[in-house]
Ligand binder design. Structure first.
Ligand SMILES: Nc1ncnc2c1ncn2[C@@H]1O[C@H](COP(=O)(O)OP(=O)(O)OP(=O)(O)O)[C@@H](O)[C@H]1O
Length: 344
């Protein structure tokens, strides 16, 4: 198990990572997300032993590192996968993956498993971006790392390739049975690939939870906004025993709620674009379209309710309306939505 307690990193007087705590199971994949400059790469560098800790402790297997006890990268048995692949250009695929291995059978194993059998003798320059990243991953896993750190491994690849390769990487990590921390800018990737997701804000973990919990019950509005389109609808919520179903009352329908941060009375309800319907033909319109973004399969509308709240709703592409059009909006979800204390 990889265990991190109170890990902090300072650059001069600036604290960049602030008291990070986490534990990873033996084959668990943690996705680390957060705005640019929030400390993601610094965390990976500290775990890899590339920069010193200012405070805290990292423990894995038979070693531990603290501010006073540095363990060099080569003693940590860490595997790293970078966005720029970091392959040796003058070596073949086989040589890259087998580099410094005494027993090359594991190199063969991962080359086959990642579909690189036919490219053994090719040099990296002849490979596509996706193939290069597979080689980098095969090389990492062939060295039997105790844990793997991935720093935006897919950010140099096109969208279609990203989608398939993220699953291949997840499968390979699970087959290798190693804990992994995977930094990404892509919130959809974080939700779909991770066993858990950690959301960082200014060096602090705001939430460390399952993808479902991070998306549907975000610990803060920051997390809610970071993990997807988030609108906040004025609502009222009675937290007493008189409301056993936890019903939240709004102008566009009542829904079950999950109160966070002791929300009660005047509250804001977190609404995702698929929690709403938008009907242009309804006889009693209650909102006006502000703008629309065509997305192919769907359209995303920003709509202002007659009570002043602005919400975003995603509907089928067949539902075409122009800015200024009147429509009827309604809450259609049956699952509980997160409820926060009112913020004016
Ligand atoms: N060597 C350094 N010296 C001083 N400050 C640094 C150094 N490296 C990074 N920083 C600062 O530390 C903070 C965190 O940087 P880091 O690279 O970890 O962020 P990140 O979350 O990985 O960002 P991005 O998503 O843009 O890659 C930033 O404010 C950055 O300017």
């Amino acid at each position: 198990m990889l265990s991190v307690s109170n890990l902090s990193v300072n650059y001069g007087a600036t604290r960049v990572v602030d008291k990070l705590n986490l534990e990873l199971g033996h084959d668990e994949i943690l996705m680390l997300v957060g705005p640019t400059g929030c400390g993601k790469t610094t965390i990976l560098q500290a775990l890899a032993g590339l920069i010193p800790l200012s405070e805290g402790k990292i423990t894995l297997g038979n070693w531990y590192a603290t501010a006073n006890k540095h363990v060099p990268p080569e003693k940590r048995n860490v595997g790293m996968v970078f966005q720029d692949f970091a392959l040796f250009p003058h070596l073949t695929v086989q040589q890259n993956v087998s580099f410094r291995l005494k027993d090359t059978s594991l190199a063969d194993h991962w080359l086959e498993l990642l579909g690189l059998g036919n490219f053994r003798d090719a040099k990296p320059a002849r490979l596509s971006g996706g193939q290069k990243q597979r080689v980098a991953l095969a090389r990492t896993l062939a060295h039997e790392p105790a844990f793997v750190l991935l720093d935006e491994p897919l950010s140099n690849l096109d969208a279609a390739l990203k989608d398939s390769l993220r699953w291949e990487i997840r499968d390979a990590l699970k087959k290798a049975g190693v804990p992994a921390i995977w930094v990404t800018h892509d919130q959809e990737e974080a939700l779909s690939v991770g066993d858990r997701v950690g959301i960082l804000n200014k060096g602090k973990l705001e939430q460390l939870d399952t993808p479902e919990a991070c998306y549907s019950t975000p610990a803060s509005r920051f997390v809610a906004r970071f993990m997807g389109e988030a609108s906040f609808l004025r609502a009222t919520f009675d937290s007493s025993a008189a409301n056993p179903q936890h019903t939240v009352v709004t102008d566009i329908g009542n829904v079950p709620g999950t109160p966070l941060n002791n929300a009660c009375g005047d509250v804001d309800l977190l609404v995702r674009p698929d929690d709403l319907s938008l009907n242009a033909k309804h006889p009693e319109p209650n909102c006006t379209v502000d703008w629309v973004r065509y997305e192919g399969e769907s359209r995303l509308y920003a709509v202002t309710l007659d009570n002043g709240s602005q919400l975003k709703v995603r509907v089928s592409h067949e539902n075409a309306m122009k800015p200024g059009a009147r429509a009827h909006m309604q809450l259609i979800t049956t699952h509980p939505l997160a409820v926060y204390p009112r913020e004016d």
